[in-house]
Design a protein around this ligand. Structure first.
Ligand code: 2NL
Length: 358
């Protein structure tokens, strides 16, 4: 029995002296493994006589339990120490400043498109789309441009290379061809807006070779200029967020409307600041008119049965007026500082009543 006590002291010392988990595992194998010291002694029990086996076996089991408990305890201590070391080294410094916010912004044109669609959508207009590359018929002929009209000439229109059949396609010079396509493919009543890129070979302070238009078209029986006026007044008041805006219709000319008019809205200019909806100044914002009978005929309609009105405006222009952007050319410079200044938060929702959240 003394021998077992000596062995216990030796083994417990080996356990507590093991410097790390690997060394401890070696101790365990040497004592409890298949050929370990206690395992060997267990095997020897078979050769003993029953009395001796009972007392020695009980003592040996007690020794084995003691050593196993010590091994488990030391192993747990190593694991706890390792975990603590990891927690210490992987600690997150919550006091570090956050990474810079790199959210992008919506371009003012995108924001204006969203707003215009929301306003006309509430008035019952559908959105129509069409190609940027158009044929001569949809861009000019159907819109009552006589042959030799200046807008057809090289300095205004981007022509594409001649095709095999001799036709020359163009980059659309306005969004009107989309409305021609709508009239060709549908029957009245029609209430659509179309908006998108348009192209003209022109570049200076107030012109860029690519710009955006929004146009509207209403075709039905008994449509008159009163409907046109009411529709535009509703739009202008919603878009500029003013009530009772003064409007004047000045006679004008477009090949595709008769009569044609340019529309001015009341404004004031005090110390260089433009205010829309008040004052005694006038600001031109769009062109409009009753759809020319020749246009209706080109689309297969009988001008004696149906009439309609149409209007068009430049998106950059109405964006500049609403958001105080002074220079048209900056819209297309892709200058990040400009975009951060004039851009809009991605989650801004255009509403008729709400202002902007950013
Ligand atoms: C402007 C003026 C306008 C139209 C566009 C139109 C379209 C069809 C038939 C008749 Cl399919 N008219 N569009 C009418 C009048 C004026 O635009 O100053 N735009 C920037």
């Amino acid at each position: 029995m003394d021998k077992l006590d000596e062995l216990r002291a030796e083994l417990l010392a080996a356990v507590s002296d093991a410097p790390d988990a690997d060394a401890l595992e070696k101790v365990r194998v040497a004592v409890m493994g298949k050929k370990g010291r206690i395992t060997d002694m267990m095997k020897g029990l078979g050769q003993m006589d029953p009395d001796e086996r009972r007392t020695f076996g009980a003592a040996l089991n007690a020794l084995k339990d003691d050593v196993a408990t010590a091994l488990d305890g030391r192993k747990a201590a190593f694991e706890t120490a390792a975990l603590n070391a990891r927690l210490e080294s992987e600690r997150v410094d919550v006091s570090l400043t956050a990474r810079p916010d790199s959210d992008g912004t919506l371009h003012p044109i995108s924001q204006t498109i969203d707003e215009v669609i929301a306003i006309f959508g509430q008035m019952g207009f559908e959105l129509a789309e069409g190609p940027d590359i158009e044929d001569d018929f949809h861009n000019f002929t159907a819109l009552n441009f006589p042959p030799g009209h200046p807008a057809r000439e090289m300095h205004d229109t981007f022509f594409l290379p001649e095709r095999e059949d001799g036709s020359r396609h163009v980059l659309r010079t306005h969004t009107s061809p989309v409305q021609i396509r709508t009239m060709q493919s549908r029957k009245p009543p029609i209430r659509v807006i179309c908006l998108g890129r348009t192209y003209r070979c022109d570049s200076d302070m107030t012109h860029t070779p690519m710009f955006h238009q929004i146009e509207g078209l209403v075709i039905d029986t008994n449509i008159n200029m009163g409907h046109l006026k009411g529709c535009l007044k509703e739009f202008v008041e919603a878009y500029f967020e003013v009530s009772d805006v003064p409007m004047q219709f000045r006679p004008s000319f477009f090949p595709f409307t008769e009569p044609s008019a340019e529309v001015d809205i009341g404004c004031s200019r005090k110390n260089g600041e433009l205010k829309i909806g008040e004052g005694d100044g006038w600001l031109e914002i769009l062109g409009c008119g009753m759809v020319h009978p020749n246009v209706l005929k080109a689309c297969g309609y009988d001008p004696n049965e149906v009439q309609g009105f149409a209007f068009g405006m430049g998106l950059e222009r109405i964006a500049m007026l609403k958001y105080g952007i002074p220079d048209l050319r900056t819209f297309f410079d892709s200058d990040l500082r400009w975009l951060r200044h004039y851009g809009f938060g991605c989650l801004d929702v255009p509403t008729l009543t709400g202002g902007l959240t950013r």
